[in-house]
Design a protein around this ligand. Structure first.
Ligand code: G6Q
Length: 550
């Protein structure tokens, strides 16, 4: 077991030397236009780039100079980013509020690596689960695992929510190109019955396998949907309880609850308390992914994650993609007061990537208390959002181009198309390059006038520009590329959380919601009028709902 000491976090962020230097520096460059920065340095488009783990990052269209980058890295050093990275990879219990190690990086460590938690090497356990997942997915995909009536499994339904849903959903979309099309793969997460009803409405229970994915196996939504799934299956199987074992498997850390539900724990795929929900798509929570794309592609995805882990651990900060992206997010959030970051993948298969990132980034860094329990006096996690290009261009990009708010953008694009069709890919890539160019350089009044625009229309057609963006370019969306991309954002989140001195790995806000709903359920379901002790608004809403229901 590695040492368990916490990295010292004093002095507070805003009193650090580098922070103060950044404040002074910000005043100097806040008005500097990207046009000027590019005009002053002809090499900027080449020099302000970094490459690692197969991803190319162009950060030249950001409102930074080499001095900014130097000061941001100085800030990272003062905040102890290097020792924090080492502590995470070593298995120290850096999630101090839950007294847990944070070891999603162990999920993709190669066989033979050594990572200790409480004195025990966790890598063999990781690979044992992976091997069991592989064996199971071979059996399902080959038709050797059949449903209770002997029919092969054609439909998979992952039942889970939050971290037990968003990663699998995103990966299912992202890797569809590599998936077994004979298997229908669906996801049920919402406790709204519509989610379940629509997912199964055209399915034959005899050909359907449910994967109940829940770390705790107590989450209200997931357990409600799991019980509904059980009833649906039994209704289709003449009520024969023995069918459950052939049509339900579980992904969980809670063998006791899995057994109580009636799932044979031989068909349970485990993970560990050192894997956070939103960091779990590469654990057994990815079982639906492995079933869809098969063992080999799943392992390729893990290798991609691992490549980015290695890059994050070893690359100097000036060349370190997650560090640079994390520091840029801090720069915009804390100095330019930008409150959001748009993630704009120019790849249709990544259509759920922004939704996935919302949880990863906002649940991780939506915190206002430092590791030592002090309220922060600076902004923390930005709002992440986005849609795939080019659709967004015909919708919200207007606000990014000409609105009053500064919205840094991450553009993501791939050199090769997975579905090459005529000129489509050139057009797609022309759009992504054009957007970052237009955002950065805009269009001056002189340019607009020179186009013969009448005077009164000129102000409407001027683009101020100076809107920052990153462009991430990779060769092709492969399982490995997806792993690299997810790990890039995981480590960027970690970098940001480290600068802010917060715990990126707990989620007490989620826990509160889980507890509060449990209190209201009996009040909605009670046959007699319950005594309500909430605020007057909540009491009133509960009474109105009861009246409508009656
Ligand atoms: C993720 C969060 C949260 C969690 C869900 C589902 O980091 O902890 O989104 O994943 O609440 O929890 P279970 O997997 O325990 O059902």
């Amino acid at each position: 077991m590695g040492p368990q000491k916490q990295t010292a976090i004093a002095p507070p962020l805003t009193r650090r030397k580098a922070w103060k230097k950044l404040q002074t520096h910000f005043k100097k460059i806040r008005e500097t236009h990207l046009r000027t920065l590019f005009a002053e340095d002809a090499q900027r488009g080449q020099s302000m780039t970094a490459e690692g783990a197969g991803l190319f990052l162009d950060y030249s269209k950001n409102r930074v100079t080499p001095e900014t980058v130097k000061l941001l890295i100085q800030l990272a050093d003062e905040c102890g980013l290097r020792p924090r990275i080492d502590a995470m990879f070593r298995g120290d219990k850096i999630n101090i509020t839950e007294k847990r190690a944070v070891l999603h990086v162990a999920l993709r460590a190669p066989r033979g690596a050594l990572i200790l938690v409480d004195g025990e090497d966790v890598v063999p356990q990781v690979h044992a689960v992976l091997d069991r997942m592989a064996d199971f997915s071979h059996r399902v995909r080959s038709g050797a695992w059949t449903g209770y009536t002997g029919k092969p499994i054609r439909n998979l339904i992952n039942v889970g929510i939050g971290g037990s849903d968003l990663g699998p959903v995103m990966a299912h979309e992202a890797l569809k190109h590599y998936s077994e099309r004979k298997l229908t793969c669906r996801f049920v997460s919402n406790v709204d019955g519509t989610d379940f009803a629509e997912a199964v409405q055209d399915l034959d229970p005899a050909e359907t396998l449910f994967i109940i994915s829940s770390k705790t196996f107590t989450t209200l939504e997931t357990m409600t949907n799991a019980h509904t799934a059980r009833e649906w299956l039994l209704a289709g199987m003449g009520g024969d309880e023995r069918a459950v074992a052939r049509h339900f498997v579980a992904v969980s850390t809670n063998a006791g609850e899995v057994g109580k539900f009636g799932i044979d724990t031989a068909n349970m795929f485990g993970f560990w308390d050192w894997v956070g929900g939103r960091y779990s798509m590469d654990s057994a929570i990815g079982l639906s992914t492995m079933l869809a794309i098969g063992e080999d592609y799943f392992r390729e995805m893990l290798a991609g994650f691992h490549e980015m882990d290695e890059h994050f651990c070893s690359a100097p900060f000036e060349q370190n993609l997650p560090v640079l992206m994390g520091l840029l997010a801090v720069w915009y959030g804390n100095f330019f007061n930008a409150s959001t970051i748009a993630v704009l993948p120019y790849e249709q298969y990544l259509k759920r990537f922004p939704a996935y990132l919302q949880q990863l980034t906002m649940e991780s860094n939506g915190k206002s208390v430092t590791l030592d329990g002090m309220c922060v006096d600076y902004s923390t996690g930005a709002i992440y959002w986005g849609e795939p290009g080019t659709n967004g261009q015909h919708s919200f990009y207007q606000l990014i181009h000409q609105g009053t708010r500064l919205i840094p953008c991450d553009f993501i694009a791939f050199g090769a198309a997975l579905n090459p069709l005529g000129r489509h890919h050139d057009m797609l890539l022309a759009n992504v390059f054009a957007q970052s160019e237009a955002l950065a350089f805009g269009k001056t009044p002189e340019q607009v006038e020179a186009e013969g625009t009448p005077d009164w229309l000129v102000p409407h057609r001027v683009f101020e520009g100076n809107r920052p963006s990153n462009t991430i370019l990779a060769d092709r969306l492969t399982p490995a590329a997806l792993g690299r991309l997810v790990a890039l954002y995981e480590h960027s989140v970690f970098t940001q959380g480290t600068i802010w001195g917060i715990n990126s790995f707990d989620q007490w806000g989620v826990e509160l919601g889980k507890a509060l709903a449990q209190r209201i359920i009996p009040e909605l379901e009670s046959p007699s009028e319950p005594a309500l002790g909430h605020d007057s608004s909540t009491n009133n809403l509960i009474r109105r709902y009861r009246a409508i229901k009656a």
